[in-house]
Write a protein that binds this ligand. Structure first.
Ligand code: SF4
Ligand SMILES: [Zn+2]
Ligand SMILES: [Zn+2]
Length: 307
C-alpha cells in the first residue's frame, strides 16, 4: 500500500493516495483526515443528536471495528451521547468465534459497554442449523440478514438505544444500490433506513457511508488495529460477492462509479414520495414485534424453515 511519495501535508512518507490522486497522506494525517470526514458526514446529515444512546453494531470485522474506533474518538465532542457495542452471534462455525473474540478485545481496550446476543437465544437455532433446514446455502445471506436485523433491533431496544449505527462503507452502499436494481427491489431502493420512519422504529445511521473499503483498511493499519480474520463461509454464494468484484472493476476503469450510483439512488428517493407513515405499523401476529405487515419478515422466514 505504501506509495513512493511524500504526504501532501508534511514530509513523512505517504501511505495512501486520495481518490482524485492529487492528495497523499502519511499515517497520522490519514487518520485525522478520515475522522474529519466521518465527523462532517455525521454533522451534515444530523446523524447524532444530544442525548442519543447509540447501539454500535460490532461484528468484530474491519468496518465495524473502524466505526467503533472513530465514534469513541468523537463522542466527547457531543452532548450527553453514549455508546454501547452490540454483537450478534449468528452461530457460524469456523468464523464467528474469532470475530467475537476480536469484538470483545476491542471493547475491553476502549472501555465500551458490550452486549452479545445470539440466534439460538432469540430464534432457537443457530444460522448453520437454519441453513441446513433450508436445504442449500443459497439463501444464507437473506436468512442471516433478516434475522440479524431483527436481533440488532431487539438488542438495541433492550438497552434503550435511540440509534443503531452500522459500519456500512461507500462500497457496501453502492453494492446495495446495484443489488436492489438487479433484483427489481424498488421498495428497498427507495427506503431510507436512516430516517427511522415509521417513528416507532429505532433509526439506523451509517457514519462510514462516504469512506471507501480501502480507506477503512488503511485506517485500521494506521491505528494499529488491523487483524486478518476468516471470511464467512457463506459469503462466496452471495450475489453481493459477484457485484462487489464487478463494481471494483468498474470503479477502477471509471472512477466515481460508486458515487454516481448513490446519486442515482438519492434522485430516485426524491421522486419516491413521502416515507411510510406510522399508521401502517402493526404488531406481528407471531412475535408481537412492530412491523409493516401481518407477520414480520423474520417470523415468515423461520416458519418457512420449519421446526
Ligand atoms: S456473508 Fe452472508 S451469511 Fe455470512 S455473515 Fe454476511 S450476511 Fe451472514
Ligand atoms: Zn503527513
Ligand atoms: Zn414476528
Amino acid at each position: 500500500m505504501v506509495e513512493a511519495d511524500r504526504c501532501s501535508f508534511c514530509q513523512e512518507p505517504a501511505v495512501i493516495r486520495g481518490r482524485e490522486q492529487a492528495e497523499r497522506w502519511c499515517a497520522s494525517h490519514l487518520a485525522v483526515h478520515l475522522e474529519d470526514r466521518v465527523r462532517e458526514h455525521i454533522r451534515e446529515n444530523s446523524l447524532v443528536s444530544p442525548g442519543d444512546h447509540i447501539a454500535v453494531a460490532l461484528s468484530g470485522g474491519k468496518d465495524s471495528t473502524a466505526l467503533l474506533l472513530i465514534l469513541t474518538l468523537l463522542i466527547p465532542e457531543w452532548k450527553e451521547v453514549s455508546i454501547t457495542a452490540i454483537t450478534v452471534d449468528e452461530g457460524i462455525a469456523e468464523y464467528r468465534d474469532e470475530t467475537i473474540e476480536s469484538a470483545v478485545s476491542i471493547t475491553r481496550h476502549l472501555g465500551i459497554r458490550h452486549h452479545i446476543i445470539s440466534f439460538p437465544d432469540l430464534f432457537g437455532a443457530d444460522l448453520d442449523t437454519l441453513i441446513r433446514r433450508s436445504g442449500s446455502g443459497e439463501r444464507a445471506c437473506t436468512i442471516c440478514g433478516v434475522l440479524r436485523r431483527k436481533a440488532l433491533a431487539e438488542a438495541a431496544r433492550m438497552i434503550g438505544a435511540t440509534k443503531i449505527a452500522t459500519g456500512h462503507n461507500l462500497d457496501d452502499e453502492a453494492q446495495s444500490v446495484l443489488m436492489n436494481v438487479l433484483r427489481g427491489d424498488l421498495v428497498r431502493l427507495v427506503q431510507d433506513s436512516s430516517s427511522g420512519e415509521p417513528d416507532c422504529f429505532i433509526p439506523r445511521i451509517k457514519p462510514l457511508a462516504r469512506i471507501t473499503e480501502k480507506e477503512v483498511v488503511a485506517y485500521l493499519f494506521v491505528r494499529d488495529s488491523y487483524s486478518e480474520l476468516p471470511e464467512c463461509p457463506y459469503a462466496g454464494s452471495a450475489l453481493r460477492s459477484e457485484i462487489r468484484s464487478m463494481l471494483g472493476r468498474l470503479e477502477y476503469r471509471h472512477p466515481g462509479t460508486r458515487e454516481a450510483l448513490l446519486r442515482s439512488q438519492a434522485a430516485i428517493r426524491k421522486q419516491g414520495g413521502p416515507p411510510a407513515s406510522s399508521e401502517g405499523v402493526r404488531r406481528c401476529g407471531r412475535c408481537g414485534t412492530l412491523c409493516n405487515s401481518e407477520i414480520c419478515q423474520a417470523c415468515r422466514i423461520l416458519e418457512s424453515l420449519g421446526p
